[in-house]
Design a protein around this ligand. Structure first.
Ligand code: SF4
Length: 180
């Protein structure tokens, strides 16, 4: 049986959701041996561009213009898109900055921080511009399944993966869902 191709995307998050995926430990190894092939994933591979896959898994909120562009390209290449973690599902902790004006945040971080001397807000093509407001993944593209949590537990991620392998869109049982 052909393996299910999986790719992951890391937007504006802390990598905790990817770490939770890696915390599947032996279960991940077993999936890799028999059932899935991870063709691209930030902690595991250094592959440029986006590859057509069966399942795309996205961590993090959409906070920059680059995030939005990458997410749209990623969505085009995924038959099924799964948002993992509160940042991807709802905006999560990344969206706390929506309580403030974007320029106010940039000034506080790059100019007003007590340890900064002669600071200035970086304006460079190498620094992706912030969106005015942070968005959840589902505010930008269609999402097939949401696995919330900060991060979601490895148990919840394994459940979702097994459901997908059975051809079902995962709906997390309430005892596995955590809303931080
Ligand atoms: S949901 Fe939590 S663990 Fe996942 S990227 Fe956001 S802050 Fe990190």
């Amino acid at each position: 049986m052909a393996k299910v191709k999986v790719s992951t995307l890391w937007l504006s998050g802390c990598a905790g959701c990817h770490m939770s995926l890696l915390d599947l430990d032996e279960a991940l190894v077993e999936l890799l041996l028999d059932r899935i092939e991870i063709v691209k994933s930030p902690p595991l591979t250094d592959v440029k561009g986006h590859i057509q896959v069966d399942v795309g898994i996205v961590e993090g909120a959409v906070a920059t213009e680059e995030d939005e562009e990458e997410l749209r390209k990623f969505r085009e290449k995924c038959k099924i898109l799964v948002a993992i973690g509160d940042c991807a599902c709802f905006g999560g902790i990344t969206s706390y900055r929506n309580l403030f004006d974007k320029e106010e945040i940039l000034s506080r971080v790059y100019v007003g921080t007590e340890s900064v001397v002669d600071g200035k807000v970086p304006r460079s093509k190498y620094v992706p511009p912030l969106l005015d407001k942070v968005k959840a993944v589902g505010n930008v593209v269609g999402v097939d399944a949401h696995i919330p949590g900060c991060p979601p537990s490895p148990k919840a991620l394994l459940y979702a993966m097994k459901e997908l392998l059975e051809g079902r869109i995962p709906i997390l049982p309430s005892e596995m869902a955590s809303f931080e």
